[in-house]
Write a protein that binds this ligand. Structure first.
Ligand code: URA
Length: 435
């Protein structure tokens, strides 16, 4: 087989065989196919697409490019959750302990922030001592004893995705539905969980901007997972404004704790409940009703059991439990400044990508691979889509430390608020469920 022919066939819109797809992925990972040929191949896929069968074989070839995690000896229904990336998205911190309290086993591999989106590991590391650096044995033992563990991806998990993603990032081929589906599902299927709930973000702050595209991506990922024998449900959720009020690592941990104590913002609570209900329906083979499942989810939050489980998870992963029991001990910024509206009107949108980038400029995310995160800084969003404002009203709070000039970040956040004269309806969070 020749790389040239595979590229040409895809360029001409022909369907690729499983062998041709494996040949490309394996050859690229081994260094036998150079970057320029892989880039041309990715661009051909971007323009000509891939059908479901090709996307399944691409996912499978990518997932087999490195280690597979089998999760032996875990008793109970094992489940994972994945979000396609959002701003202010601290859902995993709440969902993991909720599901563990409901008797499910949550073996979750998480990542660090990517571009304007935050990462679960960065958030958890705002808790002093917390480590996601677990061996496979520590990971499995923690899932068995506590019901939930959150670990970082090991070096050799799906190396094909690391190499291909790096090329997509610089060749304008990230926003291709089959390439996104294969990238996400190769990582999710490399670990042998039985169930998977996907949170597909749609809107200005997401990789996918339109509802029809999000539906197509969701359906594709659900099918790929099912073909591999997993139970998969995708929730489509709105990312035209940040999730919850807090953006920034320690601020988000604090909001997750509030939510686990039953005092979280209503949108975060709604998303957690929806994802948890779907995971519980998967675990029970849909032998309970949606309403019963939702009721159980509410009970473990209201009773405080889910919060207790979070404390146990923090303890087992080396974190300072005192910070969780008393969130005032989490890193806090030296100064809080208000961001004031300069015009009056109704808030139409809060452009999330801009909000994420503004938070990064303040020190909450990495500008380069080697940047050091300041866990204390970030924003509290006070005015949301649908609210009306007068000039001088406080839109958000800026939590900052004196080592950085906050002005560029504040200017960017102000520009992210799109305010107009027409009345605006508040956004619905859950746009669809695909299972
Ligand atoms: N997240 C991923 O892991 N991969 C993509 O391609 C897009 C979002």
């Amino acid at each position: 087989m020749r790389t040239y022919d595979v590229i040409k066939n895809k360029r001409d819109g022909l369907k690729l065989s499983p062998e041709a797809i494996r040949f490309m992925v394996q050859g690229f990972v081994k260094g036998e196919i150079p970057d320029y040929q892989m880039s041309a191949f990715l661009m051909a896929v971007f323009f000509k697409g891939m059908d479901e069968e090709e996307t399944f074989h691409l996912t499978d070839a990518m997932r087999r490019s490195g280690d597979l995690i089998e999760l032996p000896g875990i008793k109970g229904f094992t489940v994972d959750k994945h979000s396609t990336g959002g701003v202010g998205d601290k859902t995993s911190l709440v969902l993991g302990p909720v599901l563990a309290t409901l008797g499910l086993k949550v073996a979750k591999l998480s990542g660090r922030g990517l571009g304007h989106t935050g990462g679960t590991i960065d958030k958890l590391e705002a808790i002093k001592g917390f480590s996601c650096d677990l061996t496979t044995k520590q990971f499995i033992d923690a899932v068995n004893s506590i019901g939930v563990a959150i670990a970082g991806q090991t070096g050799n998990l799906v190396p094909a995705d690391k190499k291909i993603y790096a090329l997509r990032d610089v060749t304008a081929t990230v926003d291709s539905i089959p390439l996104i589906a294969a990238s996400i599902m190769s990582k999710k299927l490399a670990i042998r969980n039985q169930g998977l709930v996907l949170d597909v973000k749609v809107g200005s702050g997401a990789f996918i901007k339109s509802l029809p595209d999000a539906r197509e991506l969701a359906r594709l990922m659900v099918k790929i997972g099912k073909q591999d024998g997993r139970k998969v449900t995708a929730i489509l959720s709105n990312m035209d404004e940040p999730l919850g009020e807090m953006i920034g690592n320690a601020l988000e941990v604090r909001e997750a704790i509030d939510t686990l104590r039953g005092k979280g913002p209503s949108d975060l609570m709604e998303l957690v409940k929806t994802l948890a209900t779907e995971a519980l329906l998967q675990a029970k083979d849909r032998k309970i009703s949606q309403a019963e499942a939702a009721q159980k989810v509410q009970e473990v939050i209201s009773s405080g059991q889910a919060f207790t489980r979070f404390v146990e998870m923090v303890k087992s992963q080396g974190g300072d439990v005192a910070m969780v029991e008393n969130p005032d001990r989490l890193p806090t910024a030296k100064e809080i400044r208000p961001l004031k509206a300069t015009v009056g009107g109704n808030i139409k949108q809060i452009a999330c990508e801009e909000v994420g980038l503004a938070a990064m400029m303040l020190g909450a995310g990495r500008e380069t691979k080697d940047s050091v995160i300041d866990p204390a800084v970030g924003f509290r969003i006070i005015k949301r889509v649908g609210d009306s404002v007068q000039p001088g009203d406080t839109l958000a709070e800026i939590h900052l430390n004196p080592d950085r000039d906050p002005k560029p970040a504040m200017d960017r956040l102000l520009k992210a608020y799109i305010i107009g004269p027409e009345p605006v309806k508040a956004l619905s969070l859950i746009l669809d469920i695909v299972s």
